[in-house]
Design a protein around this ligand. Sequence first.
Ligand code: HSE
Length: 400
Amino acid sequence: MSKIAVLGYGTVGSGVVKVLETNASIITEKAGETIEVKRVLDLRDFPGDPVQSIVTHEFTDIEQDEEISVVVETMGGTKPAYDFVKRSILAGKSVCTSNKALVADHGTELIRLAKEKGVHFFFEASVGGGIPILRPLSRCLVADELLSIDGILNGTTNFILTKMADEGSAYEDVLKEAQALGYAEADPTADVEGYDTCRKIAILTALAYGAQVDYEDITTVGISKITATDIAYAKKMGRVIRLLGSSRRENGKLYALVAPFILGEEDPLYSVNGVFNAIKVTGNMLGEVMFYGQGAGKEATASAVVTDIVEAVKNRDIPVEIRWDERKQVVESMDTMKNRFFVRLETAEKDKAVEVFGGKTVIDGVADGEFGLVTEEMTEKEFDAKIAGFATCRSTIRYK
Ligand code: HSE
């Protein structure tokens, strides 16, 4: 039998306890032994909940308990999660976490420490919730040179964009609904401004290329400025707006960006709606492969955490290599990244816009006194210089 502890009995932590209970016999069979939750750490008490008898408010009760071999961290944020996780590893315990902030900030160090201590540091649930993506990326797609990763990595924003398009609902109302459903971060700014997606694409890119990526190097644009009119233009073009985390390698250079993109039907990410996430990976031999599933939510995320627990138990004495060196990958300046752009301008500047941007795709009739236009591919710098020459720009969104 393996005994584990859960740090944080919130949405995901209580989900982990639920999954372990609900699927106990399947999990025992797959792990080769039973897994028992010996301790739950939380600031709160849970009167009436079966975990109440094992709740502790003291991390040292877990740190010093030699029977506990796996620590599950589902607190979120880095304080005090980083301290507790590091101390767990140093105490010789494996750690399974759903915490992308922790992995994006401290993954490099924690992976190294775990290796030195002969334990595991697993974090499958930190990206894509219940979708198995990190293990496939580092352990399965090893025959290919990976060319690009494009992901819908945040359930809250995808839920908001989908509902705004389907129902014409107001941004604030849909955000409240996402929060009530347990999808959003404690502070939803991290969702809507793209910071959550940014950390996730940094983790994916680190694993894809085997070396750390500083998420602060990734230009990040959220969805808070997307309006119902932008969505109406996308609809008129038969397209959708999706917040993407993207990275790609071209001629040995790494480009990465988080931003809303207008996508067409030909892109498999076009059909990813609601809280669902998807990660499209392109390899030089494999072509495109897409991983799709619930990117947020209690049971789905907990399912990925429990998979990590089973892996940690099964491989107790076997090292599981995670290729993630301390050498930092350089993200190229945004200026040199090439994209296409959708722009909205007032009608007075139409002739000039068609001249400057070419203007093969001009969209009229969506809103009074303005039009939309899709540019050819150009560098971000070139676009910035061109659009600066217009006085009436109402919106710019990248276009795939
Ligand atoms: N707030 C995140 C989301 C939770 O909406 O996707 C899962 O990381």
